[in-house]
Design a protein around this ligand. Structure first.
Ligand code: S3P
Length: 168
């Protein structure tokens, strides 16, 4: 079982990924953390030194390497992962993509407090951040919607998610 959690920054992919991996006793991978540990650099440093295009290549390669070298896992991807190359098709072909959908207002509240390590938003003030989220979310929705399973805000309990997973 290869489960890919996808969704916007701040949607809770890593939080639910860790919870699910404990509950299902499956290994957990956080794609951003894997990239950071492979490169020996923080994501914001990679963006600053090498640029976003280079990061997207690393992201794709790391996604493929983890997926091809493990039979079963829960992976928290980055907010942009499904939107580049053919990453969403790759995830759909090799496992189950699950969209953790979170309303824009909640994303905004969370990201105000947690933007420092996120290069795409770290220099935005609160008002700019809100517009950024609205615009980016609407651009990315067509990719997120390609996930076979969606977890909506009112379905966010471990038992509900697990039940849905086994009926997907
Ligand atoms: C990004 C999201 C980040 C990280 C990078 C780019 C994005 O991951 O991959 O900063 O394009 O939305 P999180 O969704 O875990 O914040």
């Amino acid at each position: 079982m290869k489960i890919f959690l996808i969704g916007f920054m701040g949607s809770g992919k890593s939080y639910w990924g860790r919870k699910l991996s404990e509950k299902l006793t499956l290994p957990f991978f956080d794609l951003d953390e894997q990239i950071e540990s492979n490169e020996g650099k923080k994501i914001s440093q990679i963006f600053a030194e090498e640029g976003e295009e280079y990061f997207r290549l690393l992201e794709k390669d790391t996604l493929h390497i983890i997926t091809e070298s493990h039979d079963s896992f829960i992976m928290a991807t980055g907010g942009g992962t499904p939107c580049y190359f053919n990453n969403i098709d790759f995830m759909n072909k090799t496992g189950l993509a699950v969209w953790i959908n979170t309303p824009v207002d909640i994303l905004h509240e969370r990201l105000i407090k947690d933007k420092a390590h996120r290069p795409l938003i770290k220099n935005l003030d609160d008002v700019q951040l809100k517009s950024f989220i609205i615009k980016k979310f609407s651009d990315r929705k067509i990719y997120y919607e390609q996930a076979e399973m969606v977890v909506e805000e009112n379905e966010k309990s471990l038992d509900k998610i697990v039940e849905k997973l086994f009926h997907a």
